[in-house]
Design a protein around this ligand. Structure first.
Ligand code: SF4
Length: 104
């Protein structure tokens, strides 16, 4: 079923709150959940644009790659919720490009 834009944005907002709680308050299961993740980050930047574009996201054009390359302007001090993305398969439903991670 296709979500309306409003439903999609609402899902993104709920996900941001859920991840904030999971990353900063209710962290007990995170290690176990992250162990179910496979793949790697392709630096597509999609998770940095959930609901709004992160102000710390740096976009550079790569003529060789023919696409944008994304980096985090505060990498190393970035937020806990960014460090654990994606934590559960539902997180992948909030982005508009395919993530390099999948879940088993
Ligand atoms: S959406 Fe996935 S592949 Fe893209 S930057 Fe985020 S974690 Fe990396």
């Amino acid at each position: 079923m296709q979500l309306s834009r409003l439903q999609f944005r609402t899902k993104q907002a709920a996900g941001k709150i859920r991840r904030f709680i999971r990353a900063n308050i209710y962290t007990d299961e995170n290690e176990k959940l992250l162990a179910r993740r496979e793949g790697e980050c392709t630096r597509c930047g999609a998770c940095c644009k959930i609901l709004f574009k992160c102000p710390f996201l740096i976009e550079q054009r790569s003529p060789e790659a023919g696409k944008a390359i994304y980096t985090c302007g505060i990498y190393g001090q970035h937020f806990n919720q960014c460090r654990i993305y994606p934590l559960v398969p539902e997180d992948l439903e909030e982005i508009e490009e395919p993530c390099g991670y999948t879940f088993r």
